[in-house]
Design a protein around this ligand. Structure first.
Ligand SMILES: Cc1cc2nc3c(=O)[nH]c(=O)nc-3n(C[C@H](O)[C@H](O)[C@H](O)COP(=O)(O)OP(=O)(O)OC[C@H]3O[C@@H](n4cnc5c(N)ncnc54)[C@H](O)[C@@H]3O)c2cc1C
Ligand code: SF4
Length: 508
């Protein structure tokens, strides 16, 4: 039995559906649950606020692409302490449509720390590995081959090798990647196995009904039981609302992302918040990036978007990666105005940009609902020790650049030289009086706003994603990670969702 995908133009009146399991949000976590539960024979409705995108919809213009695929046009940011842009997609497939497809299992020491600190008994390496494996097999996740790396990724490898730092080709959910470096604006080659072209179609094949352009506004409940969701049809890109939507279900699964799920719970009369932890503990992997300039052309527009990384310093708290995005997006890190900026832009053909993401477990924030919108109010502060950590990471990146043959690095750090021509000059990144406000950070990995905890007083969900306060309400997005996964979060969120799906199937 095959299901269907409904889009905005299909709706002509109010919608009222009923099913076994309704899943809110079609990102990596929600799509896994929709597929696994539908494959078990249950009747599934997957609800998504964004529209589906096809290769014809993808544009290389970074600003236009962000305006169409990202919430708040890609201009969402934290406030209160630290101003940090953070992007969440609004699209069938969620973040997987626009992300770099990096898939890494969290290291042993991270899972051990989770179990120890958050009173978890069944989230060890041995518990999660079969779930990681299932996702990797389904999506064909494999290391990026050399022939699509392009010079900027291989220079990173060479720099690491010269310094004795480990580095490896990044494992990604792609099939037949051409190394076009366009992951951020959508893969026109349809090589990236974003969940809109992998898990969601598989779920539909198993009978799931997918309602796109539906903004869920409330979870309906009666005592300890969730009974469904209600919302509105929203037009793509304008957000104009029209018909009412209601889905009655035996089980409700929230996978709206770690910014939207807490808002939904708060707007549903503060549902599942006996612990007071809904929206608290917001964490990011703040990302810093350096541009290195090389004597020869690097042709940075060619090569897998993020093809190489180093896990050498992960235990110390940061992960190093290569990076590419539309030049207009990367340009925010360049110094200068007018002619000076133009001159720096002209150096892109000789440049490589590498980033570091920090496991900033000491830096916390909060998601709060606002009155007349579902867009969250975000506060976040970067802890001084985490500022130091990011300074250390930038120093290591500078070392790799010079070891790879760069003639200078542009750190994009306020109160520091715009350009550094030697290691001696760059050491100030580590030794200088760095403040949070000096950094140009992005935080696209976000988590922990509905964290799992064995103790119902200290967390929102249990190890299987079920809300402590409810019998049949689950959360499966990155909000449930108890703290930083140390590496890119998507694969871990999908593995946890895979595990929750088995539990949901059993209980439905
Ligand atoms: C540019 C970028 C690059 C990244 N690169 C990587 C990477 O390479 N590897 C990696 O591991 N991570 C990466 N990430 C992070 C990764 O994409 C996210 O961690 C991941 O997508 C989170 O999955 P999720 O299912 O929790 O939520 P999301 O992907 O955010 O999915 C949530 C879905 O719910 C929908 N939704 C929200 N509210 C509602 C509502 N009220 N009603 C209906 N639907 C709703 C949203 O539209 C969205 O589709 C990147 C992120 C960005 C932005
Ligand atoms: S690098 Fe290009 S071809 Fe490869 S997955 Fe990304 S967008 Fe697709």
């Amino acid at each position: 039995m095959s299901g269907e995908v409904r889009v905005w133009a299909d709706y002509e009146r109010d919608v009222h559906e009923s099913c076994d399991v309704v899943v809110v949000g079609s990102g990596p976590a929600g799509a896994v649950v929709a597929y696994e539960v539908a494959a078990s024979g249950k009747d599934v409705v997957l609800v998504e606020e964004g529209p589906p995108f096809t290769p014809d919809d993808f544009v290389l213009d970074g600003s236009l692409s962000m305006a169409r695929t990202m919430r708040e046009g890609g201009l969402r940011s934290t406030r209160g302490g630290f101003f940090m842009p953070t992007m969440q997609a609004i699209a069938l497939g969620g973040g997987s449509l626009v992300n770099s497809a990096i898939c890494v299992r969290s290291p042993d020491f991270t899972l051990d720390a989770w179990c120890e600190r958050y009173d978890l008994k069944r989230t060890t390496r041995a518990d999660l590995d079969p779930h990681y494996q299932a996702i990797e097999d389904f999506l064909g996740i494999a290391p990026t081959p050399d022939d699509v790396q392009g010079p900027r990724n291989l220079l990173f490898r060479d720099g690491c090798t010269r310094l004795g730092f480990s580095s490896e080709p990044i494992a990604r959910n792609v099939r037949g990647c051409r190394g076009s470096g366009e992951c951020f604006t959508g893969c026109r080659a349809r090589a990236k196995q974003s969940v809109d072209i992998s898990y969601v179609p598989a779920a539909v094949e198993k009978g799931a009904r997918v309602l796109t352009s539906v903004q869920v506004q409330r979870v309906l409940s009666s005592g300890r039981r969730a009974i469904g969701i209600e919302g509105r049809i929203v037009a793509p890109f304008t957000g104009a609302t029209s018909f009412r939507v209601r889905v009655d279900a035996k089980v409700v699964v929230l996978a709206a992302g770690c910014m939207a799920t807490p808002v939904l719970l708060q707007k549903s009369d503060d549902l599942a918040n006996g612990s007071g932890q809904v929206g608290a503990n917001l964490q990011f992997h703040p990302g810093v990036a350096l541009m290195g300039v090389f004597p020869e052309r690097t042709h940075p527009q060619f090569g897998a978007t993020q093809g190489y990384h180093s896990l050498h310093f992960v235990r110390q708290g940061f992960k190093l990666e290569t990076l590419w995005a539309p030049p207009g997006v990367l340009a925010v890190r360049l110094p200068g105005f007018g002619f000076d900026l133009k001159q720096n832009l002209a150096r892109f053909p000789y440049a490589a940009i590498w980033d570091a993401i920090g496991s900033c477990n000491r830096s916390l924030g909060r998601v709060r609902a606002r009155r007349s919108t579902l867009d969250p109010a975000l506060t976040y502060a970067l802890h001084p020790e985490d500022v130091k950590l990011l300074g250390e990471a930038m120093w290591v990146l500078a070392q790799i650049f010079f070891a790879a043959g760069a003639t200078s690095v542009l750190p994009g750090v306020h109160r520091m030289p715009d350009e550094m021509f030697s290691l001696a000059e760059a050491e100030v990144l580590r030794t200088g009086d760095l403040r949070a406000s000096d950094l140009t950070c992005g935080g696209n990995h976000a988590f922990s706003t509905t964290r799992m905890h064995g103790d119902p007083q200290q967390g929102v969900v249990d190890e299987l994603g079920r809300c402590h306060d409810m019998d049949n309400l689950y959360v499966v997005d990155t909000g449930i990670l108890p703290r930083s996964p140390s590496v890119n979060p998507m694969l871990t969120a999908m593995a946890l969702a895979h595990r929750s799906a088995a539990e949901i199937t059993l209980r439905t």
